[in-house]
Structure formats: structure tokens, C-alpha cells
Ligand binder design. Structure first.
Ligand code: SAM
Length: 263
């Protein structure tokens, strides 16, 4: 299917099930989507502790939105997606994501370029989750310093910015560039990791930017308490222990993050 912005393919894989590809890159599969969607969502929300307003940039398949809406404390979730056809396609092929989301009155969908939206909105967000494609085509601007600066402008005090940042073993430059840009804008620029089988290459990095330098040092006890307060909804990957461990970076990634100087 050739929508406006990207080439979209869905195929049924004997092991991974439904696989959504955009411009030849795996976006989500029904077999392992839970890893990425849970870690991009529950880590920032439980680290923050009480987010009310959440923004997703990208996220067309609605897998992230489905996880965010499990948090009853979130009063309003806004998703800004550039390509309406990805959402339309997902309605047909990933109803397990789109159904609970598109019918939820706490959810707003805006079709726009994420760069335009964060540059203009007068709203303020406790958490911004950038569930983007790779830094190619329409996704390229979402890795730029001007985008991160515009995100900072529309973040509430102590807010948190989370980004899809590729697989460091193959995309190290992408990660260090993002961390360097974060460190020019925020008190804390870092990342955490998770292993997603279909994002080939071992660990996937999730960028982390905030002025609240305490957020990523919350203890397992604190995170477990917040999970209990949130009703201990079922998860398949995220746990309070996995949450805290995700910030313990393997040395080759830790060295790249440590050497990512402001530039
Ligand atoms: N998890 C996937 C990954 O890691 O590659 C990303 C999934 S999600 C489908 C990516 C979404 O970002 C797509 O729906 C794409 O249309 C959207 N996107 C790309 N560039 C964008 C932009 N500039 N503004 C808003 N959405 C954008």
C-alpha cells in the first residue's frame, strides 16, 4: 500500500504473526510488540509518578496509546501522527490496539507533523513519548535539536521526554547524537534499554530527557508501590525490577552515552 508519506506493508509471519513494515523497516509484530510498547510507556509513567497530560508523537499503530490508557491517572492522551493511513490500516489489522484507544474519551488523535504540533501548541505535557520511525523521510526531523527544543517548550515542569532511539550495535551514531542534543537542553540526557527480537541487534535504546534528575533513580520499592496504586494491571515484559534494571546499561552502550558530549 502506498500512502501519502511512507510505503506500508503488512504480512503474516509463521512465527512473529502480523508484521507491520514502513519503508521496509519493522514497526510492530503481534508476537513481540508488548516489549517495546510496555517499556516506552510504563517506565516513563511510573518514573514520573503522576502524569496527567501525555503526548505521543507518531505511534500510528496505537500500540503505545493502548498501554498509556491503562493508567487511569492520565486524564488526557493526545497522539500526533503524520500519516492517517497508518491508523486506518491498523484499525483493520491491529484492532487489539486501535479498538480500546479510538473509542476512549480520554484520547485525541491529531493528523499532523509532530514538529509542527510541538512548535505551535499552547498545551503543556507531563510526558512526551516519540514513537517514531527511524531518522529517514518524515521521521528525520523527530531526531533534530529543534524538535527536542520544541518538545522542551511544551513540557510541564519536571516533565519527561522519551524517544525511540534505535539499536545501538547498529545505530550508535543516532543514539550519541540524540544524547548530545538532550544534554544541551536538559539537566539529564540518558537512555534505557530493552531487547525486542524483531528490532534485530540485541538491545534497543529508548532516549530519556528531563530536568528532574531524580526520576531515573527511583527504587524498586517506590516503583512497585506506584504499580500497586495503579491497580497492578497485567504486563508481559515490564515489572518494577525490569524497570530499574533497564537503566543499568551494558558497558559498550554506557561508554557511548558517557562520551556523548554537548555539541
Ligand atoms: N515502533 C516503531 C519503530 O520503533 O520503528 C514505530 C512505530 S509507529 C508505526 C511510527 C509512526 O511514526 C508511523 O506511524 C509514522 O507515520 C509516524 N511518523 C513518522 N514521522 C512523523 C512525523 N514527522 N510526525 C508524526 N508522526 C510521524
Amino acid at each position: 500500500m502506498q500512502p501519502e508519506h511512507q510505503h506500508l506493508v503488512l504480512f503474516e509471519h509463521p512465527f512473529f504473526g502480523k508484521m507491520l513494515m514502513l519503508d521496509g523497516a519493522t514497526q510492530a509484530t503481534s508476537k513481540d510488540e508488548f516489549v517495546y510498547h510496555e517499556m516506552m510507556t510504563h517506565v516513563p509513567i511510573f518514573a514520573h509518578g503522576n502524569p496527567r497530560e501525555v503526548l505521543i508523537v507518531g505511534g500510528g499503530d496505537c500500540g503505545i496509546a493502548e498501554e498509556v490508557l491503562k493508567h487511569k491517572s492520565v486524564r488526557r492522551l493526545t497522539q500526533v501522527e503524520i500519516d492517517a493511513s497508518v491508523v486506518e490500516f491498523s484499525k483493520e489489522h491491529f484492532p487489539e490496539f486501535t479498538k480500546p484507544v479510538l473509542t476512549n474519551k480520554r484520547f485525541d488523535l491529531i493528523i499532523d507533523d509532530g514538529m509542527n504540533y510541538v512548535a505551535k501548541t499552547d498545551r503543556r505535557f507531563d510526558i512526551i513519548i516519540v514513537d517514531s520511525t527511524d531518522p529517514l523521510g518524515p521521521g528525520k526531523v523527530l531526531f533534530s535539536e529543534k524538535f527536542y527544543a520544541a518538545c522542551k517548550r511544551c513540557m510541564a515542569k519536571g516533565g519527561l521526554l522519551i524517544t525511540q532511539n534505535g539499536v545501538p550495535i547498529f545505530q550508535a551514531g543516532e543514539l550519541t547524537a540524540t544524547i548530545s542534543r538532550f544534554r544541551k537542553l536538559f539537566a539529564d540526557g540518558y537512555c534505557y534499554v530493552a531487547a525486542i527480537p524483531t528490532y534485530v541487534g540485541g538491545h534497543m535504546a529508548m532516549g530519556w530527557a528531563t530536568d528532574n534528575t531524580r526520576l531515573r533513580h527511583a527504587s524498586v520499592k517506590t516503583i512497585a508501590g506506584r504499580y500497586k496504586k495503579a491497580g497492578s494491571f497485567p504486563t508481559k515484559y515490564w515489572t518494577p525490577e525490569v524497570h530499574v534494571a533497564a537503566f543499568a546499561l551494558p558497558r559498550f552502550i554506557a561508554d557511548k552515552v558517557a562520551n556523548a558530549k554537548k555539541r
